[in-house]
Design a protein around this ligand. Sequence first.
Ligand code: GTP
Length: 399
Amino acid sequence: MPVFILLPVLALATLQWGWPTHALFTALPFPETPFVILFLVAGVAALMRQWHWMVWLALVAGHYWAALLGLQQPMSEPAVAALFFVLPLLVTFLMLVLTVLPVPHAISIPGVLLVFACFFLPIALVEAPLALWLGALNIPDFLFARPLTTGYVTWGQIWWFSASLFLWLGLVSFRYARAAVWGQFGVWLAILLFYVMLDRPNASGWIVLAACLTLLLTLAYEMLRLAYVDELTQLPQRRALERHLKHLGRRSAVCMLDVDHFKQFNDTWGHEVGDQVLRLLGSILAELRGVSAYRYGGEEFTLVFNHNRVDAIKEKLEEARQRVEAYPLALRRLDRPENIREGKSRRGKGGGPKTVHITISLGCALRQSGDNAESLLKRADEALYSAKQAGRNQVKMAQ
Ligand SMILES: Nc1nc2c(ncn2[C@@H]2O[C@H](COP(=O)(O)OP(=O)(O)OP(=O)(O)O)[C@@H](O)[C@H]2O)c(=O)[nH]1
């Protein structure tokens, strides 16, 4: 899980509380540091074609500018207190919307408009008569009360932040456990931290640095996954396998496996269902303990064992074969009727979605003296070929 993406924010929070007077926090290298860092990260994101981060960078920049313009005066001024109350609510809301809804490409007209909106909306709040609006809304007084003797955070903000925190935790743990959402969560945490450490020197600048570092880590993690992880099955792909094979121990084994009659399966059920099968196979292989699974390419997968105990290897491969064979694959989507009337007439006639079963063949080679990665894979491939010849749905060990 890419939790480490939150490290910059957690480190800043820890340092701020542990060593609030540390020289690091007394000054930034130069006043424009946050904007320079924002442009640098935007440059890296553009170089990597990760345009979706532009909207987030615009929002962080807009928030920073709004904080510089509106939150540098005493909190006793009603306009400042109102901005302090409303700005985090707006930014949190925008961040949640940007995480949940699809964002247009940043180099399209809607994308550019969104980048501008995310930058200027927080700044526009500085000029808006917020104190007047809040007064007209008849918000209960206790929401403006401060529960802590230090700092300025109000009960209203605490409620809002807590509700948002639950939403974020739901997003990162259930629907999307992707690095991008952890990065977005990290940026939000950085903004949250700003309101807690508002009275510290250069708080707004340090928050921008923490948010930018979070985005950089997210970018690095996303790029690493792009290079090493197969998008369809979520297994490490061939490049990762090659690295593993380079450092293979003397006692090891490699197994090649592929789906039986997969061409026929694709022709019968369509490529999309074929993809569904590969995804399922990926998740079954990923769950096997004591073995590293890779997508070799197409419908071929590779398993690498860091030992050469034949019985244990055979048992594990047999376990994989049986699990795949026993798994009932529901063909819900393709079984869906062409028109509504047909669908209605079928309903209630029982049966549920059609299920199919697939099988795999496996060939395994134990590493022998003089074997290199290439020869080992070749022998495993030959064993796979003999499993196919022997009737498929079985395990064969190379001689
Ligand atoms: N859906 C889907 N199909 C793929 C993918 N990669 C490769 N294939 C298909 O896998 C099939 C492989 O077919 P073959 O190599 O002839 O093997 P097979 O039909 O499985 O026959 P045997 O291996 O002898 O049992 C081809 O039809 C490819 O199009 C993929 O990512 N998705």
